[in-house]
Ligand binder design. Sequence first.
Ligand code: 13P
Length: 338
Amino acid sequence: MSLDNIEEIASFIVADGKGILAADESNPTCGKRFDSIGVESTEENRRDYREMLFRSKGMKGNIGGVILFDETIRQSAADGSLLRDLISKQGALPGIKVDKGLQPIEDCPGETVTVGLDGLDERLKEYASMGAKFTKWRAVINIGDGIPTDKCIDANMDALADYAKCAQDNGMVPIVEPEVLMDGDHNIDECYQATERSLKSLFNHLEKKGVNIKGTLLKPNMVTSGKDNSNQASIDEVAEKTLDCLIKNVPAELPGVTFLSGGQSDILATAHLDAMNKIGGFSWKLSFSYGRALQAPSLKAWGGKSENVFISQDELSHRAEMNKLASLGQWEEELEDR
Ligand code: 13P
């Protein structure tokens, strides 16, 4: 595939209903996922798990990019081939998470800012030399009593814009991820407001820093009820409010919106995406960049046992295919009965 510039790369990743497999869990996060299936999080187990995912048949045609963690972009498969080359063979582009996690903000209890700008340019140059075509930076916004504050939103969106410019200057597409967390008992309208404030601030900062929007992908949360709210919004309400918020706050020239799943179940994440694409009325591709919602059934089926590799790969392939259909507005619930 010949992709000469960031605009072509961004469009390629989300072409024809394809989306992104987020496999960039840090080692501690991967540890938590492995704990849930009773597997020890060693370097070799992490390698085996990800090698299994990247060799799944359903990667081809459904997944346009895979986000990796630093360890994985350097790792080789059991037969010695680089994991990132397995991804390319499946017709997908390798990408890399480049932020360095969250730090508390002074005088803002319960809020964090994402760090990692120090030395970013050098790190990006190395990742580009390894063949990474895109990058990811995740900012986290919490909803709670008196939060998010403007200070927290501004600090996070400013850093996202600095990161995005640096990624583009190094020839890679930035995925900008302002994640409003589902944690809490807030209602869907509070999520709408926090998401709207974050997106407005983000696109202001991106414009101010001269980031090329046509060479950028947005990875937002959907507008949902907080996960502890006893009155959960319906699929239709989530779809309508998410679309309304995006249409009002995201420039039409952006090539793609690739949602995070944020703790939604695998089927619900697919159903929401499909509902939005069935409504339509927007210019960007509306697709997925799921971590848990793509991997959860596969992780469970694997259980760390080599005899489960095929069934586990089948689970990932199925979710990838279902989400591709949802990105085209062609998913039906009955397709889940296998
Ligand atoms: P989830 O889809 O599990 O939220 O993960 C996506 C991601 O990359 C978070 O940064």
